[in-house]
Design a protein around this ligand. Structure first.
Ligand SMILES: [Ca+2]
Length: 302
């Protein structure tokens, strides 16, 4: 269990130390900013923090290590991630930004380019073990400079207990099954048509859905346990004789089956057919012979 009373005593002491360290650091930074070679806007004079989990939109997950800025070295920082690049100017909910205690900037608006370096402070949104929330439980010194296309911040560790961290941005990663032009972060997340782009892995038929897809099989096939592979149904192995009882020879083929006559039925059928044909020929021959005899008898009468 966290000893919060001890922590707040520590806060009082460390805030004084922070102020001292930060004042020295900021004076150097502000003085340095007057010379182009040490402008914190230059990439070589600031450190990029690119963890998108710092987003206010990101809800802290218990299975992740919380972000902790306790040992963040004094210096200029720039946030650069698809989740957003600015520290929020209003109190974020607790347990966001990849941490428990969320730090935001106590400013009405971000400075303009002409404002140069603006000194302010960050507020920590702290929730006690009893559930009491304080949007500015403690403050930490921050300097901000507008570099036209991005902001840079002078930050430093405040030696508070973890886990607390500076928030940056508000966007979150698109849900599974969605993509966006913003490196797959909000806004603009759109459904992936897995069937159209050929990533479904369905062996036969594919149906796209919002946020997902599913596989189907052609007639005569069934979907396997992997929900992607279709395998032939062996209709002949069913308990019921799928063919009529007398036509009992079932042969499975891909996507269907055939019913074949047993050999002995085929033999009998052919034999009967041949016999019928022979009988017909004989009968027809008899009729022809009989008519010839009649004609001869008439001639003999004259
Ligand atoms: Ca889809």
């Amino acid at each position: 269990m966290t000893d919060y009373s001890t922590m707040f005593h520590l806060v009082t002491y460390t805030e004084k130390m922070d102020a001292l360290f930060f004042l020295i650091a900021t004076l150097f930074a502000v003085a340095g900013a007057t010379t182009p070679s040490s402008d914190p806007c230059d990439s070589q004079h600031h450190t990029v923090l690119s963890d998108p989990l710092r987003s206010v939109g990101h809800v802290y997950q218990a299975d992740q290590a919380p972000i902790c800025d306790r040992n963040l070295a004094y210096g200029w920082y720039r946030f650069d991630s698809p989740a957003g690049n600015e520290i929020p100017l209003s109190c974020p909910p607790a347990n966001r930004c990849g941490t428990h205690t969320t730090v935001w900037l106590n400013l009405t608006t971000n400075p303009s380019v002409n404002d140069g370096v603006v000194l302010t402070n960050g507020c920590a949104h702290f929730v006690t073990s009893g559930g009491t929330e304080n949007c500015c439980a403690w403050r930490t010194n921050v300097a901000v400079k507008n570099c036209s296309s991005y902001l840079v911040y002078a930050l430093g560790h405040s030696r508070h207990q973890c886990a607390y961290a500076f928030c940056a941005g508000t966007e979150i990663h698109c849900p599974v099954g969605y993509l966006s032009p913003n490196a797959n972060f909000t806004p603009g997340c759109e459904d992936i048509d897995e069937c159209a782009i050929g990533t479904s892995g369905c062996s036969q038929l594919c149906e796209n859905t919002e946020g997902s897809y599913y596989c189907r099989c052609a007639s005569g096939y069934q979907l396997g346990s992997d929900n992607h592979t279709c395998t032939d149904i062996n209709e002949c192995e069913g308990g019921d004789d799928i063919c009529a009882s007398i036509y009992s020879n079932c042969v499975n083929v891909a996507g269907g089956y055939h019913c074949y006559l047993p050999w002995w039925i085929t033999l009998v059928s052919v034999s009967v057919g041949v016999a019928v044909i022979v009988i017909i020929i004989i009968f027809a021959g008899c009729i022809f012979i009989s008519k010839c005899g009649t004609r001869n008898r008439v001639i003999a009468t004259h």
